[in-house]
Ligand binder design. Structure first.
Ligand code: ADP
Ligand code: MG
Length: 256
């Protein structure tokens, strides 16, 4: 099977501390993969190194067979890797539709979106995306008026509008209500029909909703991989997550 992403003995050191440590990871084209792990496991660093925000100290990242070493962030995005950050980055003063127009638009800037009539194809794509993200009824509302979950869905739509080959999604349900969490999960499952998606997540319940194949990261390396049932029955996973909840109880710190 076709591999969209491979990491080969990937290590990222910050002043000698290994945030990623000889990480070997493989993902198939068309797969929806969830990477979980306790705080500090290296999840965000993993996305940073795939997108070119940080460089591998040793080892490599292969995207569609191509070594990404030394390729600037913008260029990696153009090669087909799109990233959705943890906090939504939408234009609050623009409507939902205008936000989507903006990314579908060939002249990706605010002024051309506001002052140029979008082409028929652009318009059809935006309408399709509005349906997909479930915001058709709110298309003329300013993004500032959306709930946090709706903003997350809008931003996922904006990511999809760029037609990346690989979608990277960092903790999409942090801070969402149960209902919003389910909506985001349903959206990711729908997108997985036609996209390769890598989701980084901390919330186990959410992972159960969407996950097929799960990779558990711990201390910068793969602890185990399998279905959610296999993962949850694994002693090592239970230990690292228990260790974390004890630490959380002890410090009262619940930051992710
Ligand atoms: P996660 O997202 O799984 O919580 P991170 O990838 O954010 O984990 O961090 C992994 C480890 O690397 C943490 O111990 C963190 O403190 C450390 N780390 C991350 N980024 C940096 C950096 N820029 N400089 C120094 N240490 C860092
Ligand atoms: Mg993180």
């Amino acid at each position: 099977m076709d591999k969209i992403l491979i990491t080969d003995n990937l290590t990222v050191s910050f002043d000698g501390f290994r945030a990623l440590n000889q990480l070997n990871f493989t993902m198939n084209t068309g797969e929806l993969r969830v990477v979980i792990g306790p705080n500090g496991a290296g999840k965000t660093t993993f996305l940073d190194v795939i997108t070119g925000k940080v460089q591998p100290t040793t080892g490599k990242v292969l995207f569609q067979g191509r070594n990404l070493r030394g390729i600037p962030e913008q260029e990696i995005a153009r090669l087909g890797i799109g990233r959705k950050f943890q906090t939504p980055r939408v234009y609050l003063g623009l409507t939902v539709r205008e936000n989507l127009d903006l990314v579908c638009n060939r002249f990706k800037n605010v002024f051309s979106t506001l002052f140029r009539t979008p082409s028929f194809t652009d318009r059809r794509m935006v309408m399709g995306l509005l349906e997909t993200v479930g915001l058709g009824g709110k298309r003329d509302l300013k993004a500032a008026l959306l709930s946090h979950g709706e903003k997350q869905r809008l931003e996922i739509g904006m990511l999809v509008a760029q037609s990346p080959d690989l979608l990277l999604v960092d903790e999409p349900v942090a801070g969402l209500t149960d209902e919003e969490t389910e909506n985001v999960g349903a959206l990711l499952l729908a997108l997985a029909e036609s996209h390769s998606i890598l989701v980084i997540e901390h919330d186990m319940e959410f992972v159960r909703q969407i996950a097929r194949q799960v990779t558990v990261l711990h201390q910068g390396t793969v602890l185990c991989e399998g279905t959610m049932d296999e993962i949850q029955g694994d002693r090592r996973v239970i230990e690292v997550y228990l260790g974390e909840s004890e630490a959380t109880l002890a410090t009262g710190n619940n930051q992710s």
